[in-house]
Design a binder for this molecule. Structure first.
Ligand code: ZN
Length: 83
């Protein structure tokens, strides 16, 4: 698989939405994107790995996309701990 599509991707999307209660990992806005923490174009084996996925709103998806893995991880952990 080279794209995050199809029945398995849909199930994973729905699961991420459910565990995050439909809300972005970093704010209360609704999830618009499933973000892959490690980019799946670089790590295709992580395309369907739930541990590599978070739900994000549009702007946080763009923010996370622009950050290296360690910074994303730190930001997510810090945000989750404050909530
Ligand atoms: Zn957000």
């Amino acid at each position: 698989m080279t794209e995050f599509r199809g029945p398995t991707a849909t199930r994973l999307r729905n699961f991420v939405r459910e565990v995050q209660d439909g809300k972005c990992i970093l704010c209360p806005l609704p999830i618009t994107n499933i973000h892959h923490i490690q980019p799946w174009r670089k790590f295709p084996e992580l395309l369907l790995d739930l541990k590599n996925m978070v739900g994000a709103c549009r702007s946080h998806h763009l923010l996370l996309e622009s950050m290296p893995y360690d910074q994303q991880h730190q930001l997510i952990v810090e945000t989750r701990c404050q909530q």
